[in-house]
Design a binder for this molecule. Structure first.
Ligand SMILES: C[S@@+](CC[C@H](N)C(=O)[O-])C[C@H]1O[C@@H](n2cnc3c(N)ncnc32)[C@H](O)[C@@H]1O
Length: 282
């Protein structure tokens, strides 16, 4: 029997992925095959009549089966773009979300070009800390996570982008033990209420440690705000990603802990509350 062509494989894979109820099945089929063959998508589409056989075919159909079971594409290719940079990801870390780019923008806006110490709490794949270190060459970044495997990925991403010498990686619970004073603390912590976690599609593949924020979703954010007082410098900034319904509650927590600070809630591109910014020194 002659081998299936790339074009025929793409059509069959698209059908299989669509049957799994996954969005953009054709695009997913193309991205996966381009990944297996080490090609760009345009190069792949120029080879539709060529055969797909042997180990490449076996690898491809294994990935297609996982895609049809709704495994995030980033886990299948091992990569995700964030803020124009490419990051390694796997099942031990949250898949970076475009919403988190807002947090990075606000963090950058608060960082001049000079030296500063930044803490990224709940670093996961390291996207926040690594991106800040790439964009601000004079800063040092402390990346914290409770997950040793996540920290290993974050370190790999720091090496990949040439910023590892300005970063350190700490496996610990939030800011305990207390790190040196920071000009900026950023955190995209788990913020989904426990009861919602099981009902969400993300919980089928992404780590519970990255999602579950306790009964009201605010366990970790509440503890971090309480700890931040002793770590944030007198003119420091705290930037927190939140779930859309948490703006009023998180602002109130910030105002209680830092009565003299300026606190703002920012909306994302879907017009949902997404980031709380606290400026201590105003
Ligand atoms: C929502 S994920 C965010 C990952 C990454 N910062 C991003 O934006 O894609 C939250 C991260 O917080 C970490 N985490 C959960 N509880 C923690 C704790 N008590 N202390 C430190 N990190 C924690 C998880 O392991 C996970 O990597």
């Amino acid at each position: 029997m002659s081998a299936q062509t790339i074009g025929a494989a793409l059509r069959a894979a698209t059908d299989q992925i669509r049957a799994g109820g996954v969005d953009s099945p054709r695009l997913t089929a193309e991205v996966l095959l381009a990944h297996v063959l080490g090609l760009g998508r345009a190069q792949l589409l120029a080879r539709l009549e060529q055969p797909l056989a042997g180990p490449d075919a076996a690898s491809y159909w294994a990935l297609v089966a996982r895609a049809a079971a709704d495994t995030p594409l980033a886990y299948l290719t091992g990569r995700r773009e964030f803020f124009g940079l490419e990051f390694d990801v796997d099942e031990s870390v949250l898949v970076p979300r475009p919403e988190t780019e807002l947090l990075v923008e606000v963090a950058l806006e608060g960082l001049a070009t000079g030296p500063a110490h930044v803490i990224d709490v709940g670093t996961g794949s390291g996207i926040i800390g690594v991106t800040l270190a790439v964009k601000r060459q004079a800063i040092r970044v402390t990346a914290i996570d409770r997950s040793a495997v996540a920290l290993a990925i974050a370190r790999r991403n720091a090496e990949r982008h040439g910023v590892d010498e300005r970063m350190r990686f700490l496996e610990q619970d939030l800011l305990d033990p207390s790190p040196p004073p920071a000009d900026l603390i950023c955190a995209n912590l788990p913020y989904i209420p426990s009861a919602d976690v099981a009902t969400l599609a993300v919980s089928r593949h992404e780590p519970k440690l990255a999602l579950d924020g306790g009964p009201d979703g605010l366990d970790l954010i509440r503890r971090l705000i309480a700890q931040a007082g002793t770590v944030l410098t007198p003119v420091g900034r705290l930037v927190l990603e939140i779930e859309a319904r948490q703006g009023p509650a998180v602002s109130a927590l910030c105002r209680d802990a830092f009565p003299r600070a300026a606190v703002r809630v920012l909306r994302d591109f879907a017009d949902l509350d997404r980031v709380v910014v606290l400026d201590r020194g105003v």
